[in-house]
Design a protein around this ligand. Structure first.
Ligand SMILES: Nc1ncnc2c1ncn2[C@@H]1O[C@H](COP(=O)(O)OP(=O)(O)OP(=O)(O)O)[C@@H](O)[C@H]1O
Ligand SMILES: [Mg+2]
Length: 148
């Protein structure tokens, strides 16, 4: 079994990538919708990620071969729980990094339905730490994006 942790700013293309693969990831935004009837509700952060981890463990318990974590996962701290869960179920944990410049994310973000505010984009960009194999990932893949 494997866990694939997607890492990237809003607009970097995480959900588009999963749609192209034809898979449904565990999406923090979808869980916000399930819990609060609002995919943009940022006031229930802890509950959202508790629910996401619960669903991940349930998937591993029933032996699903791959689970994608569709959230920004910008920092080592945010990613660490998946390494631990992976270890306890004996599965590989990989990272896929959407290496897309802030300006490109901004441009894509401005064109879509659910627009993340400018100041939030800047804060997230400052927080972003690219995933590293030393965190415990079995593999780190970068997907560059330059096309706005
Ligand atoms: N490789 C790409 N080239 C050009 N445009 C892209 C590419 N990938 C995604 N986009 C466009 O960028 C926008 C944002 O993509 P997407 O919703 O996949 O981002 P996301 O990383 O899931 O963002 P969020 O974290 O906010 O959910 C969409 O309008 C999508 O069509
Ligand atoms: Mg998305």
């Amino acid at each position: 079994m494997r866990i694939v942790v997607l890492v990237g700013l809003p607009g970097s293309g995480k959900s588009t990538y999963l749609a192209q693969l034809g898979v449904t990831g565990l999406s923090s935004d979808a869980i916000r919708g399930l819990l609060a009837d609002d995919e943009t509700d940022q006031t229930i952060h802890d509950r959202v990620f508790q629910a996401l981890r619960y669903l991940l463990r349930q998937r591993l318990a029933i032996g699903r071969s791959a689970t994608y974590i569709d959230a920004t996962n910008l920092t080592v701290e945010e990613r660490r729980p998946y390494i631990g869960i992976g270890k306890s179920y004996g599965c590989d944990v990989e990272a896929v990094f959407f290496d897309v410049p802030l300006e490109v994310c901004r441009a894509r973000n401005a064109r879509r339905h659910r627009v993340v505010p400018e100041d939030a984009m800047a804060k997230m960009s400052a927080k972003l730490a690219p995933p590293d194999i030393d965190e415990g990932f079995s593999r780190v893949t970068a997907i560059p994006g330059r096309e706005p």
